[in-house]
Design a protein around this ligand. Structure first.
Ligand SMILES: NC(=O)c1ccc[n+]([C@@H]2O[C@H](COP(=O)([O-])OP(=O)(O)OC[C@H]3O[C@@H](n4cnc5c(N)ncnc54)[C@H](OP(=O)(O)O)[C@@H]3O)[C@@H](O)[C@H]2O)c1
Length: 484
């Protein structure tokens, strides 16, 4: 066993009956860690639990007045009370906030550890450490699940937490510091006002469909990406997308490469499957490349759907699909209903969370589907273009029934909108592009557009729109006038 520096608390791992670090965990040689030549490491805090946390780089004060013409002393005065990293932290995270944040996790912590009287509650210092780790994970674009990895192997080459607390305590605390999730949110709102903050964030980035599930407002489309599919999906998710659209249609989609990407996102980037919204489609024989039909075209229609769905699950390496969409209506309503009924079975079995339909431009047929279905359509995915009158009637029906309208061809079909004086004015008012303006206006109308951009800069811009505030009712009206 490697020699431990005094910074690591002796005996802490066993003190609370928590686990000993296992042999495969690397030890960290803190004595040899240096920030730079004029930094030394100084332990600064000893919590009541006996844990020592925080290695504060102590920099000797340098006084260099040779070029000091703009009054560094004035600036120093402003910050004279700040002598440590902790003081600086307290400037933007005062103690009272930390105490409030800790109320709920400590309630949960106490309940979970009720049988062990000796387990101490989470301290403010530990909370600060976790916030630091969350910030680090955020900076590195990682999900909160990555925290465990950061504990063991930090990108800074020093597994920060491992040096400071046992794995058991780390895991114990992290399980209570889940700030929120959709299941517990309503319950938490009763006792924890911070739960509401996450509700607001969720509303910005996702919608709740009529099936009661969260669907991202902006979904990453994977058509025509061929062998680039896997890398682009990974890039999209690391940039911030949380929804992906594909189809069991090898002619246009590489569903199996989406599956590879989804698997890598889970295993290598610790993005939870529950945080990945997967939408795929059943494409009937008419829409398939005759040489690459992913099911037996001679089977009856219901079996074709079953085989296609089984292939989708296999391709996407998952046991459930968030959203299953009919790529188009069948030639007759009765046939559409044969397909729909099979999809309803998948819902009943818990293998699909919601259903939708695509390329349906006839309001009456949508109404028929609505009336005849047991599981109502949650989404319609259509080309958003002038030739269909921008689906005005269909969109009205969708609003009534809380069906979400997913637009495609959004940018490609609408250069006239993008070049209009209204869009140019709105883009300059937001310091953005006309493409971003169109995505935001559609969201303001309640649509959930798809984007299949292959460009990282565009991915960021498209996602950035989620953080824009809505356009004013008057601006939205002016946009709607352009759709007439
Ligand atoms: N159900 C169906 O029948 C059907 C049909 C078509 C599509 N879809 C789905 O919809 C997805 C999206 O397809 P789409 O037809 O809307 O086209 P798209 O693949 O999103 O491409 C639109 C064009 O917009 C550009 N673009 C994207 N963001 C931009 C930005 N911020 N600024 C400037 N240019 C930007 C892209 O160029 P860059 O790549 O250079 O950014 C691309 O040339 C597909 O991947 C698929 O999942 C479904």
């Amino acid at each position: 066993m490697a020699h431990r520096s005094p910074l690591v608390v002796a005996g802490l791992e066993t003190r609370d009956g928590e686990s000993q670090t296992s042999d495969d965990d690397d030890e960290i040689d803190l004595e040899n860690l240096k920030l730079n030549d004029n930094s030394t490491w100084k332990s600064s805090y000893s919590s009541s639990s006996g844990m020592i946390w925080s290695s504060i780089p102590h920099r000797p004060t340098k006084i260099d007045s040779s070029n000091d013409t703009i009054g560094k002393t004035d600036l120093t005065n402003i910050t004279e009370d700040i002598s440590s990293v902790e003081d600086a932290f307290m400037c933007f995270m005062p103690k009272i906030i930390l105490e409030k944040i800790l109320i709920y996790p400590n309630l949960e912590f106490t309940q979970k550890n009720a049988s062990n009287e000796r387990t101490e509650k989470i301290t403010i210092m530990e909370l600060k450490a976790f916030i630091g780790l969350l910030l680090l994970a955020g900076l590195l674009g990682k999900s909160k699940k990555d925290l465990k990895c950061l504990w063991r192997r930090s990108p800074l080459k020093s597994p920060i937490f491992k040096a400071t607390m046992s794995r058991g305590r780390f895991q114990n605390i992290i399980s209570c510091l889940r700030f929120d999730d959709t299941k517990t949110r309503e319950e938490r709102k009763q006792t924890d006002k911070f739960a509401r903050l996450n509700v607001s964030r969720h509303k910005m980035v996702s919608v709740t469909t009529n099936a009661g599930i969260q669907m991202p407002r902006l979904i990453y489309g994977t058509a025509w990406k061929k062998e680039r599919t896997k890398d682009l999906v990974i890039k999209a998710f690391l940039t911030g997308f949380r929804g992906v659209d594909t189809a069991c249609q090898p002619k246009h989609y590489q569903e199996e490469l989406v599956g590879e990407a989804v698997s890598i996102l889970q295993s290598q980037y610790n993005i939870d499957r529950r945080d990945i919204f997967i939408q795929t489609k059943f494409t009937s024989v008419d829409g398939q490349d005759p040489n690459r039909i992913p099911y037996d075209p001679k089977a009856n229609l219901a079996d074709q759907v079953r085989q296609s769905f089984a292939r989708s699950l296999q391709n996407l390496r998952t046991d459930y699909i968030d959203s299953l969409v009919l790529h188009g209506p069948e030639r007759t309503h009765d046939k559409t209903m044969i397909v729909w009924r099979v999809c309803e079975e998948f819902c009943a079995e818990g293998k699909v969370k919601q259903l939708g339909i695509s390329n349906l431009y006839d309001l009456q047929r949508l109404q028929q589907l609505w009336n005849d279905s047991k599981v109502k359509p949650s989404v319609i995915q259509n080309r958003f273009y002038a030739d269909s009158g921008y689906d005005d009637g269909i969109r009205r029906f969708c609003r009534e029934k809380n069906i979400f309208y997913q637009s495609f061809w959004t940018l490609t079909a609408n250069p006239h909108l993008l070049n209009s004086s209204l869009f140019k004015k709105l883009a300059s008012s937001r310091n953005g592009t006309t493409e971003q303006v169109l995505f935001r206006l559609l969201m303001d109308l309640g649509l959930t557009p798809l984007t299949g951009t292959t460009n990282e800069q565009h991915m960021k811009q498209d996602l950035d729109v989620l953080n824009w505030k809505s356009f004013s009712p008057d601006e939205v009206k002016q946009f709607e006038a352009l759709l007439k």
